[in-house]
Design a protein. Structure first.
Length: 318
């Protein structure tokens, strides 16, 4: 068994991402902050100048309407978003923007994505134990020397557990169904649209499904037990995609031919091992540096891991 082979699929480098646009939120700084804090699911107050974070907006039913990255640069706020979602984002928030005395300006900046080795970036929106993902705004005449392609960038995001929705997915999922509750939602900051329903599902609901990242062989055939979400990325002789499985179907999913690895937060599926029990169970960690315990399910070994992050993906390849 090879461990962390998934990280070997990630290559540091940069590229210009033409599918992304920057929306500047225009207004007095305190009004912009108040507006964003009341509409976005993430906690804007945690953003220092030059920093970025994953975020999204929901409708009043708690359904995710658009996902994006918030960047604070030169004391101004920018929404880095897929072009297909611009009309959805502005359409959902324009009426609230008027009351908040802010407006939206679609910029002509170029969006540069960069994958860094751990510790090399001063501005990253997400990381794992080896890599950091960052986005930057550059002037429209900037020429980037691309060292990675879009598939490599998208695969790195998926391997880190980050889902970027397709336009057709707008309004179909609540944050807890697609891992957004761990990456894009603050449950401490207070209200945002749909917050009551999202919080109720988080604390009172029964989660019968699991959001995963699948790394499969090129000849993998889609299976009805896996609900694929977002784009399927072709990377060399493998495919990388996000999907949802029912917890009751996990044992059957592990038997599906062509699966190399299945990744999710706090739990690992280890398909096709010698033991009859493949699921590692992790105690959820809510405090930094709190010990995390793992049991391989058959009593053969215990693992004690100290985490410095609130959320982490564990990765196994075969």
């Amino acid at each position: 068994m090879k461990i962390d082979t998934d990280n070997n699929l990630i290559i540091p480098g940069s590229l210009e991402i033409s599918d992304l646009k920057a929306i500047k939120v225009v207004g007095e700084l305190n009004k912009v902050e108040d507006f964003l804090q009341g509409q976005l699911t993430s906690d804007i107050s945690l953003l220092n100048n030059g920093a970025s974070q994953l975020s999204c907006i929901c409708d009043h039913k708690g359904q995710v309407m658009a996902d994006f990255i918030v960047l604070k640069q030169d004391n101004e706020f920018f929404i880095i978003i897929q072009k297909d979602f611009i009309s959805i984002f502005t359409g959902e928030l324009e009426i609230f923007a008027k009351f908040g005395s802010v407006s939206f300006d679609i910029c002509d900046h170029k969006i540069i994505g960069e994958i860094y080795n751990k510790g090399d970036s001063n501005n990253f929106y997400y990381s794992n134990d080896e890599f950091e993902l960052s986005l930057y705004l550059k002037k429209s005449n900037y020429k980037n020397k691309n060292s990675i392609n879009l598939d490599m960038w998208n695969a790195a995001n998926k391997i880190l557990g980050i889902l970027h929705l397709n336009k057709s997915d707008s309004g179909k999922f609540r944050p807890l169904e697609i891992n957004f509750d761990k990456q894009r939602v603050s449950f401490e900051k207070g209200c945002f649209r749909g917050q009551e329903i999202v919080a109720r599902m988080k604390y009172l609901g029964i989660d019968r499904r699991r959001f995963c990242t699948f790394i499969v062989k090129n000849d993998f055939v889609e299976n009805n037990l896996i609900k694929s979400i977002g784009e399927i990325i072709n990377l060399d002789d493998k495919k990388v995609f996000n999907g949802i499985v029912k917890k009751d179907d996990i044992e059957e999913v592990k038997k599906i031919s062509g699966i190399i690895s299945i990744l999710w937060n706090y739990q690992i599926i280890l398909p096709k091992l010698c033991s009859s029990k493949y699921l590692l169970h992790f105690e959820k960690c809510f405090e930094p540096k709190k010990p995390l315990y793992a049991d391989n399910g058959d009593g053969c070994a215990d693992i004690r891991i100290k985490l410095c992050l609130l959320s982490i993906n564990f990765k196994y390849f075969f």
